[in-house]
Design a protein around this ligand. Structure first.
Ligand SMILES: [Cu+2]
Length: 137
């Protein structure tokens, strides 16, 4: 028979139960925001490094496919004569990489299909564009 008398605070079983409930509540507070926050850090399931040659005016790869959860790091070799850069936007781009030099760009976990390109005016239009497609293999 289960006792329904109220916990007076002197009952050690009740105290332990209260502590357990408090820990569960604390754990929920820590876990729930991770799901509720839109920009939570995604789980990294794999890391992949991709080497790209930069030419005047093309990338050695036009399209690559990665599995969901892949953190992608680009190593960029400028084998052309002109300077180039590599990124997704004005705020998310490498410095200019000079002819003969190598740069890198950590794109983080690729959450959805993304186009990377050279942001130097005119270069993207000439062909310096790379599409990364996210697809389960
Ligand atoms: Cu360029």
């Amino acid at each position: 028979m289960v006792s329904l008398r109220p916990n007076t605070g002197t009952d050690s079983t009740g105290f332990i139960a209260t502590v357990v409930v408090a820990w569960i509540a604390l754990a929920a507070l820590l876990v729930i925001p991770a799901y509720a926050t839109h920009e939570s850090a995604p789980t990294v399931l794999a890391k992949q490094t991709v080497h790209i040659d930069m030419l005047d005016f093309d990338f050695s790869e036009d399209e690559i496919t990665v599995s969901p959860g892949t953190e992608l790091n680009f190593i960029l070799h400028n084998i052309g004569d002109s300077q180039h850069n590599f990124g997704r936007s004005d705020d998310d781009v490498t410095p200019r990489i000079k002819s003969g030099e190598t740069g890198d760009f950590n794109a983080g976990v690729i959450k959805h299909d993304t186009i990377f390109f050279c942001l130097i005016p005119g270069h993207r239009e000439l062909g310096m564009e790379l599409t990364v497609t996210v697809a389960a293999s």
